[in-house]
Design a protein around this ligand. Structure first.
Ligand SMILES: C[S@@+](CC[C@H](N)C(=O)[O-])C[C@H]1O[C@@H](n2cnc3c(N)ncnc32)[C@H](O)[C@@H]1O
Length: 283
């Protein structure tokens, strides 16, 4: 019984990612339903790929081709390795699990292996055992999160890794900036954009995913890409924070729905709790 329930619960993201969309899956699926039949699926800010895995898990993708991309090469490495040879990733993770200790964590953290599969296992291992369980690189592109003290971290979630690998069998996974979706997406396709969010306040900076960041110019460039896709007849769904700036970029030509989510951690107690997010669509 347990085994059945578990199988139905996969695949899920195998990496916990900053800005992961676990919480917004319900409202996002409603938007996908509204879009109706679609051709291929594109996620140009893939992160952990929460919506991609959910669409696959709920049979909404079937054998449709999917395109997942992100500018974070370490993240894409992990997707590629799980896609190509999940057995190898599992063996390497089992080895990390057997050797897990604070000392082992820092030894693994200190060097990036040359082999793709070892790099993937390293990221998954660090992601599962680091403080806060979030993969975050500093401005120099270095992963410097300290050891997390978990009683029993689930280092090798074999069932989920195998399910994720099956989901990725029909996907093309690449390191690419979001703009390139413009040349890939065809009429009738569905694109889900989940960019780093426009900060709700000047101190709430959630855009430091990696060197470079994602500022207002990139948000404007993204809105221009979304408009160009609309002209091509591509279905577009986009999530972002509900700030006046984001509204001004999409109001008029797009439909903006408001959803409440508990995602932004705010240091000011009076601003904690549910915040409003924008789900934007062109259909
Ligand atoms: C909000 S996260 C996506 C979260 C994802 N939907 C999930 O469920 O985990 C934004 C992602 O955009 C990526 N990114 C940042 N700048 C980018 C760019 N110019 N082009 C493509 N991806 C970019 C980051 O590496 C990060 O993974």
């Amino acid at each position: 019984m347990n085994g059945t329930r578990r199988t139905l619960n996969v695949p899920r993201p195998f990496l916990k990612w900053v800005g992961g969309k676990g919480q917004l899956l319900g409202p996002l699926l409603q938007q996908v339903e509204r879009a109706g039949e679609f051709g291929r699926y594109h996620e140009p800010f893939a992160g952990g790929g929460a919506l991609f895995f959910e669409l696959f898990r709920t049979n909404r993708l079937g054998r449709k081709r999917a395109f997942l991309s992100d500018t974070n090469a370490r993240l894409i490495d992990a997707f590629l390795a799980v896609q190509e040879d999940v057995d190898r990733v599992i063996v390497l993770l089992e080895d990390h699990r057997a050797r897990h200790s604070e000392e082992h964590y820092y030894a693994v953290r200190s060097k990036v292996p040359a082999d793709l599969f070892e790099r993937a296992a390293r990221i998954i291992y660090l992601n599962r055992t680091c403080y806060n369980g979030l993969f975050r690189e500093n401005s120099k592109g270095i992963f410097n999160v300290p050891f997390g003290r978990y009683a029993k971290p689930l280092i090798c979630d074999e069932v989920n890794l195998r399910a994720a690998s099956a989901a990725l069998a029909h996907a093309r996974v690449e390191v690419r900036p979001f703009e390139s979706v413009l040349s890939k997406a065809q009429e009738g396709d569905l694109v889900y954009f989940d960019p780093p969010y426009d900060p709700v306040s000047r101190t709430a900076s959630f855009t430091a995913y990696e060197k470079g960041g994602f500022g207002r110019e990139q948000q404007e460039a993204l809105a221009a890409v979304a408009s160009a896709l609309t002209e091509k007849g591509v279905n577009v769904i986009l999530s972002n924070s509900m700030t006046p700036f984001i509204r001004s970029l999409y109001e008029g030509r797009f439909t903006i729905a408001e959803v409440l989510a508990n995602r932004h951690v705010n240091s000011r107690a009076d601003r904690r709790g549910a915040v409003s997010e924008a789900l934007i669509r062109n259909f």
